[in-house]
Design a protein around this ligand. Structure first.
Ligand SMILES: [Ca+2]
Ligand SMILES: [Ca+2]
Length: 196
């Protein structure tokens, strides 16, 4: 019995290998943090690449009369860093800065603070024959002379690090960038009249 007690005491006092156990305890959380930081850094990098690509493309698009298809092709060529990404490009044009992402303007004839069809006259900025809220205002595409073009580019791409397993993150990541630029005044800009 004494011999067993002596062995147990010796075992308890033996600190050899303690560092390996301690390393085992911190290795997993340290690795997860490292993976998350790497993933976040890659996200920031791609966001920066997209911002730069959008600026170059916007300059290309607004000088001269470019077709919507050629602008898309130019932009995709700039985004070579997104090899495995699904790119979505949307362009909406507005005649004035004050209209970007806003409801089409109207004259509130009956002072009830809402647009009333047939009562209030409105400015059909996108020329579709009806009053539009912010969700549908603006014209699809590059618009015309002196118009403002609102670009939105979204890239969905697979994460570079396996954070789905460790942290339950989505297997896909997403970056979005947008910019508003004005077309060159190569012609006369058409402004809508207030109509009912
Ligand atoms: Ca009204
Ligand atoms: Ca409209």
């Amino acid at each position: 019995m004494k011999r067993v007690r002596a062995m147990l005491a010796k075992l308890v006092a033996d600190e050899r290998g303690a560092h390996i156990v301690e390393f085992g305890l911190i290795a997993l959380p340290f690795t997860v943090i490292l993976l998350a930081l790497t993933d976040f850094g890659y996200h920031i990098y791609l966001n920066s690449v997209m911002e730069g690509a959008l600026q170059r493309t916007s300059r290309y698009a607004t000088v001269g009369d470019k077709s919507s298809g050629s602008v898309d092709d130019y932009l995709r060529a700039q985004l070579t860093a997104f090899k495995n990404a699904n790119l979505t490009i949307t362009k909406k044009s507005y005649s004035q800065f004050s209209g970007v992402g806003k409801d089409e303007k109207y004259t509130d004839s009956n002072n009830n603070n809402v647009y009333d069809q047939g009562v209030d006259c409105y400015y059909d900025d996108n020329g579709n024959g009806r009053w539009d809220t912010a969700a549908t205002s603006g014209r699809t595409g590059l618009g015309g002379s002196d118009d403002l073009v609102y670009y939105t580019v979204t890239a969905d791409f697979p994460r570079v690090m396996p954070l789905t397993s460790f942290l339950g993150f989505s297997a896909m990541d997403q970056v979005t960038a947008n910019m508003v630029l004005r077309n060159q005044p190569y012609g006369s800009q058409a402004f809508p009249q207030c109509t009912k």
